[in-house]
Design a protein around this ligand. Structure first.
Ligand SMILES: [Cu+2]
Length: 405
């Protein structure tokens, strides 16, 4: 029996049991709830060693005593977030002074098919219903003002940690919400680059939520746009936002993927699968073949694409088969981009931008060039490129034929 800190009552419902688990994790990471209710931490879930209760209380005191910031001169704009692989409307070169960019993310726990062929599914934990969460785009010097909401039908506690932000836990300690709650966080985008964001409720709940799809990316553009190492402008025609997701789906004794009635029901099984560090699936945009075949990203010859690759949990090594990373920003946009990359690197827990102008039509596979992950686990997307073939670049001189003897 667990004590429900929200209702102040004793309750044994499943929702409260799950909240209790989440609360134990949250208490471990922030200490916020430890004083409110004495939760027992599950013995099998080691915790991240992050501030104890006294430190969090000290932070709250510091915030209460801090000078208020005057943002009255900032224009407010709203950014309508869209589903991956698309990007929200944005200017590549900032206009006017830095702004406060208002965005909204709603936590949505939903059953999603991971692989139509096997029926593998997961009670995904999402921001706005997609894996990855939507791409957010601002300029250096802007503020991001996030309203984070959670559907009443959800079961678990969630929050958000922005790697692009500056401040303890990336806003994680300030954004814990329960189903039916909302919170508002504002942070200044001081660093230009691509950054991951993710849920981080505490302890084992952190990888559990991240490995259930709860991550996405923010792109903080330089105010004067992207540049090469000589300072020449690098505009793009289109963004392809690709979130790589590793899943660890539990199987039964026959190797069949287990199914669950509700979000959170797979908690114990998932932790056991995650401990193997061996994903059952590594996919782009939430599911096997989410971006292949008739779901391919369409491009025309001559168009310049900015490919933004987010991987919140594992290292990845994107490769565009038949193309290149003409300009790749593995670090910040402040550093000169790498050029002419055949394969580039995405450190687990980061997002990377790579730019390429397509020169030849055809279907290009964009893969994690661990080819086992690409071909067997799902990490493949397609760019379907239309245009005129250029024999000066490639030509089939002799079609396959029987060798003459
Ligand atoms: Cu979460």
């Amino acid at each position: 029996m667990l004590y429900d800190t929200k209702a102040g009552t004793l309750n044994t419902s499943r929702r409260n049991v799950l909240r209790g688990t989440a609360l134990a994790g949250a208490a471990a990471i922030t200490g916020t709830f430890a004083a409110a209710a004495p939760m027992r931490r599950p013995l099998s879930t080691p915790t991240l060693r992050i501030p104890d209760n006294a430190l969090v209380q000290a932070q709250a005191q510091q915030m209460a005593e801090a000078e208020p910031v005057d943002l009255s001169g900032y224009e407010r704009v709203q950014q309508r977030l869209v589903r991956p692989p698309y990007a929200p409307d944005h200017d590549q070169v900032a206009t006017g002074e830095p702004k406060i960019v208002e965005i909204e993310l709603t936590v949505d726990e939903r059953l999603m098919v991971v692989d139509e062929d096997t029926g593998a599914s997961i009670w995904a934990m999402t921001y706005n219903g997609s894996v990855p969460g939507p791409l957010i785009i601002v300029h250096q010097g802007d503020y991001v003002e996030l309203t984070l909401k959670s559907h009443t039908r959800n079961v678990l506690e969630h929050n958000i940690d922005f790697h692009a932000s500056t401040g303890a836990l990336g806003g994680g300690a300030l954004t814990h919400i329960y189903p039916g709650e909302e919170t508002v966080l504002r942070w200044k985008a001081t660093k230009a680059g691509c950054f991951t964001y993710h849920c981080a409720p505490g302890g084992a709940m952190i990888p559990y939520h991240v490995c259930h799809g709860m991550n996405g990316a923010v792109m903080v553009l330089p105010r004067d746009g992207l540049k090469d190492r000589d300072g020449n402008a690098l505009p793009y025609d289109k963004i392809a936002y690709i979130g790589e997701q590793d899943y660890y789906l539990p199987t039964d004794e026959n190797g069949t993927y287990r199914t669950y009635q509700n979000a959170g029901d797979d908690y114990a099984d998932s932790l056991a699968a995650m401990r193997t560090l061996t994903p059952t699936h590594v996919v782009f945009n939430g599911a096997v073949d989410a971006l292949t075949g008739n779901r391919a990203i369409t491009v025309e010859v001559g168009q310049t694409i900015l490919m933004i690759h987010n991987q919140c949990n594992r290292d990845s090594r994107p490769h565009l088969i038949g193309g290149h990373g003409a300009f790749v920003w593995e670090s910040s946009f402040t550093d000169p981009p790498l050029t002419g990359m055949e394969t580039w690197f995405v450190r687990g827990g980061s997002a990377v931008a790579a730019m390429y102008t397509f020169e030849q039509p055809g279907v290009y596979a964009y893969v994690n060039h661990n080819l086992i992950e690409a071909a067997l686990l799902g990490a493949t997307a397609h760019f379907s490129v239309s245009g005129l073939w250029n024999n000066a670049l490639m030509e089939q001189v002799v079609a396959p034929r029987t060798i003459e003897t």
